[in-house]
Ligand binder design. Structure first.
Ligand SMILES: Nc1ncnc2c1ncn2[C@@H]1O[C@H](COP(=O)(O)OP(=O)(O)O)[C@@H](O)[C@H]1O
Ligand SMILES: [Mg+2]
Length: 242
């Protein structure tokens, strides 16, 4: 379980997070939505301690992340897979090198073991036998899948997706949504998906948290969101074209 309590974060005068309270339970598939620039990526980065809060905290399985020592933080990070916005592959490296990065960085496995893990994860995301390709040879959707394979190499129990379908055409988006749903079932992971794709939300999430003015404005099911008569929610839904 992840508990986010009274989380505050500013960048200079820009008050981004102004008291976020949110609990994410094991096995849940949570979508975080909200206007562009409202702080969704900033919130995700706090969950894996890539950013430090000004006030408040994130608790992971009962422990406050910012009070962990390096070894504990390292062990905790291994429990998370993070698909960054834009997939962020290294162009000079092959698919295999990109996917194996979280393992080779820490020298935890033999070369053979790493090759096997990479092959397994590439198969899991529907890209078998692509190890030797370079990112330039891949479509946008394939790049996302490679990014996802990389997020999966440590066998995480929590997967964070930052805008996994942004920039993809509707067919590609659907296939990424299907993959996320499939992974939720196959590896029983807890998913946190930042998206502004309302089709994605309805397809993939069982719970939604909507951010607004630095706080969690709404939590509920996709149906509760779509049936809400609240004017802020209505406006957001209409603007996203749902
Ligand atoms: N490292 C940073 N330094 C300064 N400002 C940042 C940084 N990261 C994000 N911001 C600002 O925080 C706000 C929220 O950004 P972000 O979380 O990326 O929004 P989004 O909801 O679109 O993901 C934006 O105004 C952005 O410019
Ligand atoms: Mg973002």
């Amino acid at each position: 379980m992840i508990e986010i309590v009274d989380l505050h974060k500013s960048f200079g005068k820009n008050l981004v997070l102004r008291g976020i309270n949110l609990t994410i339970r094991e096995g849940e598939s949570l979508a975080i939505i909200g206007k562009s620039g409202c702080g969704k990526s900033v919130l995700l980065k706090h969950i894996v301690a890539l950013l430090k809060p000004d006030k408040g905290y994130v608790k992971f399985e009962g422990r406050i992340i910012n009070e962990m020592n390096n070894k504990e933080l390292y062990e905790t990070r291994k429990r998370f897979g993070f698909l960054f916005q834009g997939a962020a592959l290294f162009d000079s490296m092959t698919v295999e090198e990109n996917v194996s990065l979280p393992l080779t960085e820490n020298n935890v496995e033999s070369k053979e073991a790493i090759a096997k893990i990479v092959a397994d994860k590439l198969a899991l995301v529907g890209l078998p036998n692509t190890q030797k390709l370079k990112p330039a040879e891949l479509s946008g959707g394939m790049k996302k899948r490679v990014g996802l394979a990389r997020a999966l190499v440590t066998n995480p129990s929590y997967i964070l997706y930052d805008e996994p379908t942004t920039g993809l055409d509707p067919i590609m988006s659907d296939s990424i949504d299907d993959l996320i749903k499939d992974l939720n079932q196959k590896i029983m992971a807890t998913s946190i998906i930042v998206t502004h794709d309302m089709f994605s939300v309805k397809n993939v999430a069982d719970k939604i948290a909507m951010m607004h003015e630095g706080k969690i404005y709404f939590t509920g099911t996709p149906d509760e969101l779509l049936n809400s008569t609240d004017s802020v929610i209505q406006k957001f839904i209409q603007r996203t074209g749902f």
